[in-house]
Design a protein around this ligand. Structure first.
Ligand SMILES: *Cc1c(COP(=O)(O)O)cnc(C)c1O
Length: 377
């Protein structure tokens, strides 16, 4: 496989994202470096306030990564050994990892074949007297069908955590994801829709008590100066990352609009081929554009050979990962997640993807199927 820089159609373009803001970002970074004030500085709180107001929640607390955001969220809700947390078999590893890291047990449910996300009909059967919370994942950038989950959590007295790592800016009705559950967790990994220049994440909540607890948890469990009320972590949003994120945030909605527009163009141009797509949603922010193909592996090879950085997210569902073998799920436990793992392929999508590059992707896929049809005739 060629390195990412050698692809004709790339998955990301940091040059585009920084165009226009780079001089300001660099001068703030220079000022920060010279001031020496680099830990939990005013630049961090400036971004936290901007992000909280963007999401529409009371508080946002910057941490090292989306994974840490999830771990701290669970800990702030006192979830640990003996507890169960329900999430979905088709998600990024970190969602389930965070649950196991607290000592709690991830309980998985399958996903739906149409929108590829948590099958809310299966939630009820997964609830036991040990269940404490549900982590709802807005996967690939699509806000998930959250109403039944909210209702179930209210009914059983469970806490709802939203994993918004892939869907920053997506809305459900007039609310942004991350403002609906008790806690929202975000990642600013450079690959995400709002990407930092390294690892970064944030936690959102509107509960002042939880916000205080989270503030302590990210700083060695400190409740007041030099008094460590509990065993916390050292996971703080870095000042340099906060500067980059603060300047990128005002552009996010425009970028997400553009991703949606690019996705509709893919859908239109690829229609009629033996492919299917994630059920559309007007609020989808297309962190990933997934096509479902029975010939996924061959199609990927063909795209990569043509210079298209097409990738598989995720080739192995959570329950079949060696790290989660102890959960005791085997092959066949979550049939839809397993089918998706065999058939989904991500096509490059970014706000600045131009028609010419998209056309190369579309033509390569059309030619792939035309050649196969001819070969089979
Ligand atoms: C990226 C991601 C995370 C973890 O974020 P990091 O910042 O990489 O730790 C968690 N959940 C989902 C769904 C993700 O896509």
């Amino acid at each position: 496989m060629p390195g990412a820089e050698n692809f004709t159609v790339k998955r990301g373009n940091s040059r585009f994202e920084l165009a226009g803001i780079l001089p300001e970002v660099l001068s703030e970074i220079e000022r920060t470096l010279l001031s020496g004030n680099v830990i939990l500085s005013s630049e961090v709180s400036r971004f936290e306030q901007a992000f909280a107001s963007y999401i529409g929640c009371g508080y946002a607390l910057g941490v090292n990564s989306g994974t840490d955001a999830l771990i701290l969220a669970l800990e702030a809700l006192d979830i640990g050994p003996g507890d169960e947390v329900i999430t979905v078999a088709n998600t990024f590893h970190a969602t389930a990892l965070a649950i196991s890291r607290t000592g709690a047990r991830p309980v998985l449910v399958d996903c739906r074949p149409d929108d590829f996300m948590m099958d809310t009909d299966q939630l009820k059967a997964a609830v036991t007297d040990r269940t404490r919370a549900v982590i709802a994942v807005h996967l690939f950038g699509r806000p998930l069908d959250i109403e039944p989950i909210v209702a179930l959590c209210e009914h059983y007295g469970l806490d709802l955590i939203e994993d918004c790592a892939q869907a920053v800016g997506a809305r459900i009705g007039n609310r942004r994801v991350g403002s609906i559950g008790r806690i929202g967790c975000f990642s600013f990994h450079p690959s995400k829709n709002l990407g930092a220049a390294g690892d970064a994440g944030i936690i959102t909540t509107s509960d002042p008590k939880l916000a205080e607890r989270l503030r302590g948890l990210r700083y060695f469990g400190q409740r007041e100066r030099k008094v460590h009320g509990e065993l916390g972590h050292n996971t703080k949003l870095d000042t340099l990352q906060a500067i980059v994120l603060y300047h990128k945030l005002p552009m996010l909605d425009g970028w997400n609009d553009r991703r949606r527009e690019r996705a509709s163009r893919y859908r239109a141009q690829l229609s009629g081929l033996p492919l299917s797509f994630q059920a559309p949603d007007p609020e989808h922010v297309y962190h990933l554009f997934q096509v479902r193909s029975a010939e996924r592996d061959e199609l990927q090879k063909c795209l990569v050979a043509a210079g298209v950085d097409a990738i598989v997210r995720y080739p192995k569902p959570i329950h079949l990962q060696p790290a989660f073998a102890s959960l005791g799920y085997g092959p066949g436990a979550f049939v839809v997640a397993e089918q998706l793992a065999r058939t989904l392929l991500c096509l490059p999508i970014r706000p600045d993807l131009d028609d010419q590059h998209m056309d190369l992707v579309v033509t390569t896929i059309s030619d792939f199927y035309r050649t196969r049809t001819l070969a089979q005739a």
